[in-house]
Ligand binder design. Sequence first.
Ligand code: HEC
Ligand code: HEC
Length: 308
Amino acid sequence: MEETKTFLSRRHFLTKGSTAVGALGLAMSAGSLLVPRDAQAALLTFPQPAALDVERVRDLGYYWYKKGPGCGHGAARALIQGFSEACTAQGLDPLGWNDVPRNLYAWCNGGGPSNWGVLCGSIAGAVGVMNLIGRQGDIGQKVFEWYVKQNFPSANLDDLAIGFDGSANGNGGHGASATGPLTTAQMPIPSAEHKGQAISDSPLCHVSVSKWMAAAGVYHGQTDPVTGKDYRGDRCGKVTADTAAYAAEQYNLWKATATLPGSWQKPSAMGSCFECHDVGGTAGVTNKSSATKMDCLPCHTEPVTGRK
Ligand code: HEC
Ligand code: HEC
C-alpha cells in the first residue's frame, strides 16, 4: 500500500520531456522562477518499508537537531531519511522520500516561525511525515498523547557514538545540507549529569520548554562551563530524537501487527470539563465551546467556572 500525493517533482520535471525543460530554460532566462502551467505533474510516491531502524532514527533526530538546527527540522528529517534508508536496505526505490524537502518542517523549530513557541516542532515534524503516508490521525495522534506524558529528557541518547555523522546518506532531496560528525559540544550530556526532568502535560513548545527550565533551574543560552554543551539545546535535541523514534516505533508496530494505536484516552482529571465543553464530549450540552485534547487543567484550574 502506498500513499501518493500530487506534487511537481523536480526530478521528473527535469528529466522527462524536452518541451518542459525548454520551457523552464525560457522562463529562467527571462529571469522568472514561474513554472509553466502545463509542466508535467508527477505523483510523488512514498513507499512503505517493512520496518524502520528505530535507533537509527533516534540518532538522526538528535544529529539533525544539532546540525539543522532545530526540532521541527530534526524530527522530520530523521524520519524522511529513515524511510529512505530503510527502503534502500529492503530493496525498494525510495522515490518520494528522496524528493521531498528534507527541511520541510524547519519552519516549526522553536514551536513555529521565529520562536512562537506553539506546537513543539518535534511533534509537528514527526506527525508531518506520518501525514505523507496517511497515518497522521492514528500514529500521529498517538505521538501527541505520548509526548505530553514523557519525563523529558530520557537517557536514550547515552550511547550515541562519539563522532556520529548522520549526513552520509542525509542530504538527498531538497533542503539545507550539512556534513561532518557532531562536535564535542554537540554530543549529548550523559543522563547522569542532566540538570532536571519535567513532564510537560502539554504539546506546546512554550509550556514544554519553560516547565523544564523551571525544573532544571537553567535559562536559555546557559552552557556547561567545561564542555560548552548547551543545557536547553541538549534537552530539546533529546526530545526531538525520542519523538521521531517513537513515531518510527509505532510505524513498526503497525507494520508488524497490522494494528494501529488505540484511540485517545482522556486524562481522568479533564473528564468532566471535556464532556460538557468539548465538541468531542458526549454530555448533552449543546453550547460546546472548546475543541482540544490538551489537558484543560494546566490552564484552567477552577473546577466550576473554569477560571484560573
Ligand atoms: C494552553 C492553555 C489552555 C488549555 C490547555 C485550555 N484552555 Fe481554554 N482557554 C485558554 C485561554 C487563554 C482562553 C481565553 C480566556 C479568556 O481570554 O477569557 C480559554 C478560553 C476557554 C473558554 C471560554 C472562556 C470564556 O471566557 O467564556 C472555555 C469554555 C474553555 N477555554 C474551556 C477549555 C476546556 C474545556 C479545555 C480542555 C478540554 C481547555 N479550555 C483547554 C487556555 C487554555
Ligand atoms: C456540567 C457541565 C460543566 C462542567 C463539568 C464544566 N463546565 Fe465549564 N462551564 C459550563 C457552563 C454551562 C458554563 C457557562 C456557559 C459557557 O460559558 O459556556 C461554563 C463556563 C466555563 C468557562 C468560561 C466562563 C467562566 O465563567 O469561567 C470556562 C473557561 C470553563 N467553563 C472551563 C471548564 C473547565 C476547565 C472544567 C473542568 C475543570 C469545566 N469547565 C467543567 C459547564 C460545565
